[in-house]
Design a protein around this ligand. Structure first.
Ligand SMILES: *Cc1c(COP(=O)(O)O)cnc(C)c1O
Length: 455
């Protein structure tokens, strides 16, 4: 290997960085994209190449990559008090203020917040809260967790068990007691001749059957993303949450809305549960919580769970759980600013005003004979590639169609994400109309190129 190649950023990335969730054959062939900085919705690599990041980093950099207010909030808090924990009855003033703010902007009348460093840990924490609660209330057998196939709840041993993806079998997961219901994706999973309403009713009936089979008194809780993100932007079938919530309520099973992607504006409202008109018992937040400027997650308990957990904790004198950096003052200061930026600087409004144009752009690309479905809500959307539009037959997996589309986009300076055979778009909330045109133009060219090769 020539010396300059051996010393390239790409080779250095290869040498000592273990890539997570990365297609290794692709990366061996193309090399990693090593980034140095960002500006608005654009990122720049070590060669000075510019990319429009149509995935907001990993769904989270909703205010772009250089928001001055967020940078200032971080700098000011680092100068004031750069780190502290939230154990032993101590916590920073920023932590107190963020909890107040999260309860204020939550759909709940009242509640309590617990902090983590990530969305995975927030889901993991919520499961432990439920186990703790049910045991304290004399129901230690109430431990099973219900989620859905295709759901993404994270990567820790517990949250990976909640995630409904086949790749976790390489870890011997899920753990026992993590049950996956059907994915409410009508286009893909609806039976021949089945109406959407019938499909939704079938999803609720399945939940009822699983509860009857397992025993309601063995189930700790049900978790769902309002729109499945990493499952491929799966929008629930019409009336889905209205159909399943009464079933859960009847059996006393808490419903937790995993709002790690949907929370703080992505679907056009502050919360995905608002967009879909349901009231959960608790909310999981991360990603947008700090606009991606700090690793942080939060469990937001609604009033009923907050009170029950408080009572359970009083009984054993403590809730024995927490991370060293839970409620980190810099993270909290950034989150306070991020919430203000999204809600009061016109970002949430921009999501709403851009949505019709976003949907029109997706719908136009879905005219392509090799796009089976477009789907989305607010500023998250997907195009599903198919070999045959009429039968919805997917491409041969060996063709790696969505990977090739994403690579063709990267070559043109557009970052978008292959997920299964779909291409996912989740641009930052600061996107302009011109930048949206750029995104669809580049994606359209990539689709033409790859489909011409494989179709
Ligand atoms: C990303 C994600 C998580 C996990 O968050 P991490 O910070 O990556 O641990 C959990 N739930 C949903 C819905 C997510 O999109």
């Amino acid at each position: 290997m020539p010396e300059d190649k051996a010393n390239s950023w790409e080779s250095r990335a290869d040498a000592h960085s273990l890539y997570g969730f990365t297609d290794l054959p692709t990366i061996h062939q193309r090399g990693a994209v090593v980034l140095t900085h960002g500006k608005g919705p654009y990122i720049y690599d070590v060669h000075g190449r510019e990319y429009l990041d149509a995935n907001s980093g990993l769904w989270n950099m909703v205010a772009g990559f250089d928001h001055p207010g967020l940078i200032a909030a971080a700098q000011e808090q680092y100068a004031r008090f750069p780190g502290y924990h939230a154990f032993f009855g101590r916590m920073s003033d920023q932590t107190v203020m963020l909890s107040e703010k999260l309860v204020e902007v939550s759909p709940f009348q009242d509640g309590k917040v617990f902090y983590t460093n990530s969305g995975s840990e927030a889901n993991d924490t919520m499961v432990k809260i439920l186990w703790f609660l049910h045991a304290a209330e004399g129901n230690p057998q109430r431990r099973k967790i219900l989620t859905r196939v295709n759901a993404y709840h994270g990567v820790t041993a517990v949250s990976a068990s909640m995630t409904g993806k086949p790749y976790n079998s390489v870890f011997g997961l899920p753990l026992p007691g993590f049950l996956h219901l059907s994915c409410p994706h009508y286009w893909r999973n609806g039976a021949e001749g089945e109406s959407e309403a019938e499909f939704t009713a079938r999803m609720a009936a399945e939940l009822e059957e699983v509860i009857a089979r397992e025993g309601a008194d063995t189930i700790a809780g049900f978790f769902a993303e309002p729109v499945m993100g990493a499952g491929g932007v799966i929008v629930p079938s019409e009336g889905y949450f209205q159909a399943i919530l009464p079933v859960l309520r009847r059996h006393g099973i808490p419903m937790i809305s995993d709002e790690v992607i949907c929370g703080f504006g992505r679907t056009g409202n502050t919360w995905g549960c608002e967009t879909y008109g349901f009231m959960p018992d608790a909310i999981i937040s991360s990603k947008n919580l700090t606009a991606g400027f700090f690793p942080m997650g939060a469990v937001i308990l609604g009033p009923e769970l907050a009170e029950r957990v408080q009572r359970a904790a009083e009984a054993v004198e403590e809730f024995p759980h927490g991370f060293t950096a839970s409620g980190h003052p810099v993270g909290c200061a950034i989150a306070l600013k991020a919430i203000d930026v999204v809600m009061n600087e016109g970002l949430a409004e921009n999501v709403r005003s851009l949505t019709p144009k976003f949907e029109a752009g997706l719908a136009k690309l879905a005219d392509h004979p090799n796009i089976g479905e477009w789907r989305g809500k607010g500023l998250m959307g997907a195009l599903e590639a198919v070999a045959d539009k009429a039968t919805k037959r997917p491409f041969d997996g060996k063709l790696s169609v969505s990977e090739r589309i994403a690579n063709a986009c990267t070559d043109q300076g557009l970052i978008c994400r292959p997920l299964g055979q779909a291409i996912v778009l989740a641009p930052p909330f600061i996107l302009t109309e011109a930048q949206m045109d750029e995104m669809f133009d580049k994606l359209g060219r990539a689709l033409d190129k790859v489909f011409a090769e494989v179709a």
